[in-house]
Design a protein around this ligand. Structure first.
Ligand SMILES: C[S@@+](CC[C@H](N)C(=O)[O-])C[C@H]1O[C@@H](n2cnc3c(N)ncnc32)[C@H](O)[C@@H]1O
Length: 396
């Protein structure tokens, strides 16, 4: 059994896990973690999980009790160990303060030293080490580099040994080192691309042979296609702008050479409201047209004009796509939604009208048990234009 520490948009992270592992195998644990019943969980394929670990214990009781048990367990396990052990302690759900966790680590370090074992303790600035610190120290990636994820919810505290944090170096390289980027079409973060693909894919792993074909009809510079190729899909991408299709090609060539990937790729210039794509279309995942970017809240008139344009393009795309899909094909599409104000206590977003007319367009929205699929919003705190993820299936 694993515990997953959810990213900054927990509803999205939970939805991704539930789609991949199923509702029964996914149990939310407080607001920032989920328990996953599985014997394998590869964090590098998950966009919404920042750390994951194999559960080694479950406790009730106060922190001093738990701390004593931890020290005694690892003292027993590591006594006589030759070579240095690196240890990080990360507390979630207000299980203990950074100082309390540090103290536990120091007690263990001292007791181990008396028994001839050397321990390097990663200092805690906060109760939880950042995923950057965990990643750079390679915590969870070998037997001698251990991070304990200590997560409290209600009266229960779970302890897990991390199996790794998100590889932020590789994610950043995929995002920033690719030859072609374009601020005007937006910068889809690779992590969000992974979430979109996993939401569409659901419980497909392990990948059947031949690999399924994933379609992105608004491929832009190809972030989503890159992530899909890395996750094992053959990819079909189209965009109305020839320049974007050329950018996708260049970026994919770069990625395939760097990662020594071989996948089938089909790219073409095409208007998503009229284009006929190659078959098979096994999955559809895309970031659609988001309208013009805004750095400040636009006037109502301006917002309504952009909303109308986006609504027309995306509705026509969905209508065009519908007869080209096999029954049961799933789609996850990111569409725009606009923040009402930066002073709202709970952010409110104006959605596209089509969200309320999906049935008329021939689609049903998939529901999940643990995550609200009508509110799969991704927006940084300073962003006006949010991406709303729609998880759809054609109705027959
Ligand atoms: C938000 S961007 C997608 C960016 C993309 N995720 C990336 O990795 O760069 C939307 C893309 O939709 C394209 N687009 C706009 N209207 C379109 C249409 N009717 N058919 C196909 N593509 C369209 C734009 O050229 C743009 O590249």
């Amino acid at each position: 059994m694993y515990i997953a520490i959810l990213g900054r948009q927990p509803n999205l992270s939970l939805a991704e896990l539930e789609r991949l592992y199923g509702s029964e195998a996914t149990q939310p644990f407080g607001n920032h973690a989920a328990l996953i019943t599985t014997d394998q969980l590869d964090i590098q394929t998950l966009g919404g999980t920042v750390k994951a670990g194999r559960i080694v214990g479950e406790f009730t009781g106060t922190w001093p009790d738990i701390s004593r048990k931890l020290v005694s367990y690892y003292l027993q396990l590591w006594r006589g160990h030759t070579g240095k052990i690196t240890l990080g302690l990360s507390g979630y759900g207000h299980v203990a303060t950074a100082a309390q966790l540090q103290k536990t680590g120091l007690v263990l370090k001292q007791k181990l030293r008396q028994r001839g074992t050397s321990l390097r303790l990663i200092p805690n600035k906060e109760a939880a080490l950042s995923s950057a610190v965990s990643h750079h120290n390679k915590l969870g990636l070998s037997e001698h580099k251990v991070e304990l994820l200590i997560v409290r919810h209600g009266a229960t505290t779970i302890i897990a040994e991390s199996t790794g944090a998100q590889n932020i170096t590789d994610l950043a390289a995929r995002d920033q080192q690719r030859p072609r980027r374009d601020a005007r079409v937006g910068m889809l973060p690779p992590k969000l691309a992974q979430i979109i693909i996993n939401l569409t894919a659901g419980q497909r792993a392990p990948q059947p042979e031949p690999a399924p074909w994933l379609l992105d009809p608004f491929c832009g510079t190809g972030v989503l296609l890159q992530e899909a190729a890395l996750l094992g899909y053959n990819i079909q991408g189209t965009d109305i702008e020839p320049r974007m299709v050329a950018y996708s090609q260049e970026n994919l060539d770069w990625l395939f050479a760097k990662k020594r990937l071989t996948r089938e790729v089909a790219l073409a210039v095409g208007d998503a409201t009229t284009f006929t794509w190659n078959q098979p279309i096994d999955l559809v995942a895309c970031e659609t047209y988001l309208g013009q970017p805004f750095s400040a809240i636009p006037s109502e008139q301006k917002r309504k004009a952009v909303q109308k344009t986006c609504n027309t393009i995306i509705s026509n795309f969905l209508k065009n796509l519908h007869p080209q899909l096999q029954p049961g094909t799933t789609l996850c599409i990111a569409i725009p939604a606009w923040r009402r104000s930066f002073t709202d206590h709970v952010p409110y977003f104006y959605q596209l009208p089509l969200v309320h007319h999906l049935q008329e367009l021939g689609y049903e929205q998939l529901a999940l048990q643990h995550a609200d699929t009508t509110r799969l919003m991704y927006a940084r705190d300073n962003q006006v234009v949010a991406r709303q993820l729609l998880l759809l299936r054609p109705q027959r």
